[in-house]
Write a protein that binds this ligand. Structure first.
Ligand SMILES: Cc1cc2nc3c(=O)[nH]c(=O)nc-3n(C[C@H](O)[C@H](O)[C@H](O)COP(=O)(O)OP(=O)(O)OC[C@H]3O[C@@H](n4cnc5c(N)ncnc54)[C@H](O)[C@@H]3O)c2cc1C
Length: 443
């Protein structure tokens, strides 16, 4: 007998794990299955080698608008509460973080930002050279002392999101409502609300509703089912470099980012499991694959509509923007043999001016794929959340900073799934509000 579940979640990264937890803990849904193709959870973009391990709260991410920061903060407050209550302390760290503004233009941008954003982040501090020297002396070491510099600084979280995903799954299992299928790749999804058939490499799963939480692969599933026809995918990989010297930074140091770009500018971060080891990056280069290092996913990428006439038109339109064109070009330079490292070093020197060519080395095998959505009708890059809602099924593509906002997204998706299932199912909002009370948030 093939068991029929109320909800099937495909993908056990942080997005799928969060949804599993929220459904199991805060709804009366009784039968939920999580299907993951690998033998461990969070082993793709959620793995600490694949992302920057940063809880992006929106205070030092200068490419976020006030509205975006407000929404991100609401989301990260939820995750902070969860971390402090349920996650083992070796999975996260609290340390200094700052964004530096160098030169008149950036300094004035940070001054303006501070005036506006300190309403949202009252603990954020504006610090001058003296303040920076106390926290991150290497930012000033060998820097031209006539150069203007300020920073917005506070305490931030470094997180192993894979461990968080595993914790969320463990907590969900405690409810007794959850089944797990590991080493099970979903090949095909058919059906509609009330009756979905999910074919796996071995066997089949049936469910009344489905949440496809497979990162960039979600768009492929959506297209196979006739959804998201106007969307294409631009997979943007990120590479990193390590510093050979330890402790060149004490915490996270970000730089001012152009608001037109969807990612944080190159930053320096302490490794969560290797304190004192500093990783700089990520770069942003378009790679024709949906999963880093998985060459079968090249074919899957080709099935997304970027290579249609409209897709190519959209890409040309996007790239014709001067800022984006220069950004793509600069990132292509980083890939050149020998000189690529020299060009990247210039970004690192914005943070630590004393770094030399021989002081950094390429972080081999690190850096995942950020699925950037292209709207092939409008020819625009979609900057916000990417989710397609179908008939009894949702497809979550989770662009950056998807790991930081996982619980807020999971809440939204859980409410949607509850409504798909009908009136006898409810989301227990009182229990949710009690669990995630604001006073639990420490920073
Ligand atoms: C370079 C880089 C830096 C980043 N830095 C940050 C950061 O500092 N902070 C932050 O918040 N976010 C960051 N992000 C974004 C963050 O990593 C992602 O948003 C997040 O990990 C996405 O989680 P996910 O669960 O959607 O995807 P994934 O972690 O990729 O999980 C998808 C899961 O689906 C499974 N799967 C795929 N296909 C199938 C199938 N057919 N059947 C069954 N299972 C399947 C996969 O095996 C995988 O386990 C960064 C991303 C990159 C690339």
């Amino acid at each position: 007998m093939i068991k029929k579940y109320d909800v099937a979640i495909v993908g056990g990264g942080i997005a799928g794990a969060s949804l599993l937890y929220v459904l199991a803990r805060y709804t009366n849904i009784g039968h939920i299955v999580l299907v993951e193709k690998n033998d461990s959870f969070g082993s793709v973009n959620t793995h600490p080698h694949m992302n920057s391990q940063t809880l992006h709260t929106g205070d030092i991410e200068t490419n976020y608008t006030f509205e975006k920061s407000k929404s991100v903060k609401e989301a990260t407050d939820l995750l902070i509460t969860y971390l402090e209550k349920y996650v083992s302390h070796d999975a996260y760290d609290k340390n200094s973080k700052m964004v530096i503004g160098v030169g008149t233009k950036e300094v004035s941008e940070l001054e303006d930002r501070f005036r506006e954003f300190s309403l949202l982040y009252p603990y954020l501090q504006k610090i001058d050279k003296e303040g920076i020297a106390k926290i991150e002396p290497n930012i000033l070491n060998e820097r031209d002392m006539d150069e203007e510099i300020i920073a917005l600084s506070t305490i931030g979280y470094t997180v192993d999101f894979q461990q968080v995903a595993q914790s969320l799954i463990q907590e969900a299992l405690k409810t007794g409502k959850v089944s797990i299928e590991k080493n099970s790749e979903i090949i095909d999804i058919e059906g509609e609300k009330g009756n979905f058939y999910l074919s796996m490499t071995q066997g089949e799963v049936r469910a009344k509703t489905v949440a496809v939480m497979t990162g960039p692969h979600s768009l492929l599933f959506a297209k196979q089912m006739g959804y998201g026809k106007h969307l294409g995918l631009l997979p943007v990989a990120g590479n990193f470099y390590f510093s050979k010297k330890k402790n060149v930074l004490n915490g996270k140091v970000y730089t001012v980012q152009n608001k037109k770009l969807p990612f944080a500018a190159v930053h320096g971060d302490n490794e969560i499991h290797d304190k004192g080891v500093i990783r700089f990056g990520p770069t942003a280069k378009v790679l024709p694959m949906l999963e880093r290092g998985n060459y079968e996913s090249v074919l899957e990428f080709l099935k997304t509509s970027v290579w249609s006439l409209k897709g190519i038109w959209s890409l040309l339109r996007i790239i014709s923007d001067r800022t984006l064109f220069l950004f793509v070009l600069k990132n292509m330079l980083y890939d050149l043999p020998v000189v690529g490292k020299y060009f990247f070093l210039q970004q690192v020197r914005k943070i630590v001016p004393s770094m030399k060519y021989s002081d950094i080395y390429f972080a081999k095998g690190m850096g995942g794929i950020r699925p950037q959505i292209v709207n092939t009708e409008t020819g625009n890059l979609e900057m916000g959340e990417a989710e397609i809602v179908g008939n009894g099924i949702i497809f979550n593509i989770t662009p950056s900073p998807g790991a930081s906002v996982c619980l807020k997204n999971a809440h939204i998706d859980a409410e949607r799934l509850v409504s798909f299932l009908g009136d006898s199912f409810v989301f227990n909002i009182d229990e949710w509000n009690e669990e995630f009370k604001k006073e639990n948030v420490l920073v």
